[in-house]
Design a protein around this ligand. Structure first.
Ligand code: FAD
Length: 325
C-alpha cells in the first residue's frame, strides 16, 4: 500500500497533495500497490470528500480538535499509530516546511529509512529506485531501497505535475480512531503569514521567465507584457533577483522555486544547471537565446536563436492580435 499524507490549510488541499497523488498513481501502476490518502485535521469531511474523487483506493481520516493546527508531535504520534497498524510499502510526504518538519521524526520513531527531496523514480526489476538532488542540485543521486518496508520519502514541490492527477475515483473514507497521550509539548501561539508576493509560480500553468540577457531592469517590461498577452506568470533566473530587478519570490532554480508548468518560456537565460533543476520538469520548454550553443537548448522542446529584443515584442504582438481576433 502506498500512503500519501495530504497537506492542507484553511480548508483547502495544498498543491503538493495533488503532486504526491500523481507520484503515487504512477508508482501504483508500476508496482501494483493500492493508494491510501491520509488526512489529519479537526474537520476533514469536505477535504476527504474531495480526495475520494481521485483515482485512489482509500481515504483514511484522523480527526481531533488538537489537529486543527499542524503540530509535529501530534502528527508523529498519530501517523506512527497508523503505520504500526497498517502495512505500508511507501509513505509519501511533501518536501515542504511542514513535511520536512515531521517526516524525519516519523521515520526515526518507526526506525525506517527516509529518502528526502525526491524528484523522480525508476523501477529496476522489482526494486524501487528514487532520485533525489544533492550538492545544490548539481548531482542527481539514485537511492535503491533495501530491507523491509515501510519506506518514507518526501517529494520536492513542483517535481510531479499536479494537473496529471487522475480523477474519477470513488474511494472509501475510513476514520482512524485517535487516542492522544498527555499534553502536546508544543502549541501554536500565533501564525504570521509571510508577505505574499505576486509570483505564485508553484501552480502557474504558463511561466514566462527572463534572465540576464534582458540587460537591465526596465527591459523586463518586455517579459511582463508577453506574460500578460499569453496569460502567464513571470519568473526569473537568479542574476535578475541578485541585481534587484525583481524580488526573490520570482526566482526559479536550485535556490529558488521548482516549477512544472505546461509551458515555460526561457528568455535570455543560458540554462545553468542551477536554473535547469528548477524548471526542467515543465511540459513544454521554449527557449529564446541569441547563442545557439546555450545549454538551455539541451532541455528546450522548441528554440528560437535570435535577439530577444526582436523576438519578444513580435511574439507579444502576435498573441495580442490573436486575442483581439
Ligand atoms: C549555489 C548556487 C545556487 C544558484 N541558484 C540559482 C537559482 O536558483 N536559479 C538560477 O537561475 N541560477 C542560480 N544560480 C546561478 C547560475 O549558476 C547561473 O549563474 C544563472 O542561472 C545564470 O542566469 P542567466 O541565464 O540569466 O544569465 P547568463 O548565464 O549570463 O545567461 C544570459 C543568456 O542570455 C543570452 N542573451 C544575451 N543577450 C541576448 C539577447 N539580446 N537575445 C537573446 N539572448 C541573449 C546569452 O546568450 C546567455 O545565454 C546559482 C548558482 C550557485 C553557485
Amino acid at each position: 500500500m502506498i500512503f500519501v499524507i495530504a497537506e492542507h490549510k484553511e480548508t483547502k488541499l495544498k498543491p503538493i497533495t495533488s503532486e504526491l497523488l500523481v507520484f503515487a498513481q504512477r508508482l501504483s501502476r508500476d508496482f501494483g500497490q493500492p493508494i491510501t490518502a491520509v488526512m489529519l485535521g479537526s474537520n476533514t469531511a469536505a477535504l476527504a470528500g474531495e480526495l475520494k474523487t481521485k483515482k485512489i483506493d482509500r481515504v483514511l481520516t484522523a480527526e481531533h480538535e488538537e489537529l486543527t493546527d499542524y503540530n509535529p508531535d501530534r502528527y508523529v504520534e498519530i501517523l506512527k499509530a497508523i503505520f504500526e497498524k497498517e502495512t505500508p510499502f511507501l509513505v509519501l510526504i511533501g518536501h515542504t516546511t511542514q513535511g520536512m518538519d515531521f517526516a524525519p521524526r516519523l521515520a526515526v520513531a518507526l526506525r525506517r529509512p527516509l529518502i528526502a527531496g525526491c524528484v523522480e523514480y525508476e523501477k529496476e526489476g522489482d526494486r524501487l529506485v528514487l532520485t533525489r538532488q544533492i550538492f545544490n542540485a548539481k548531482l542527481n543521486m539514485k537511492t535503491a531501497l533495501r530491507g523491509e518496508p515501510p519506506y518514507f520519502a518526501t517529494a520536492l514541490p513542483g517535481a510531479f505535475a499536479a494537473d496529471e492527477i487522475e480523477s474519477g475515483g470513488n474511494a472509501d473514507v475510513i476514520s482512524f480512531p485517535v487516542v492522544l497521550k498527555g499534553t502536546a509539548r508544543r502549541k501554536i501561539l500565533e501564525r504570521v503569514e509571510a508577505q505574499k508576493g505576486k509570483a505564485d509560480l508553484s501552480s502557474a500553468p504558463i511561466i514566462v521567465s527572463g534572465g540576464r540577457g534582458l540587460k537591465e531592469k526596465q527591459n523586463f517590461s518586455l517579459i511582463f507584457e508577453l506574460a500578460e498577452a499569453i496569460g502567464g506568470s513571470v519568473g526569473a533566473s537568479r542574476p535578475v533577483v541578485d541585481s534587484e530587478w525583481l524580488p526573490r519570490e520570482y526566482q526559479i532554480g536550485s535556490s529558488g522555486q521548482t516549477v512544472s508548468p505546461k509551458l515555460y518560456l526561457a528568455i535570455g537565460i543560458s540554462g545553468a544547471i542551477q536554473h535547469l533543476v528548477g524548471m526542467q520538469g515543465s511540459r513544454c520548454i521554449v527557449a529564446i537565446n541569441k547563442d545557439a550553443e546555450a545549454p538551455i537548448f539541451k532541455v528546450a522542446h522548441y528554440g528560437i536563436v535570435d535577439d530577444l529584443f526582436k523576438v519578444v515584442p513580435a511574439l507579444t504582438k502576435i498573441f495580442k492580435d490573436l486575442k483581439r481576433a
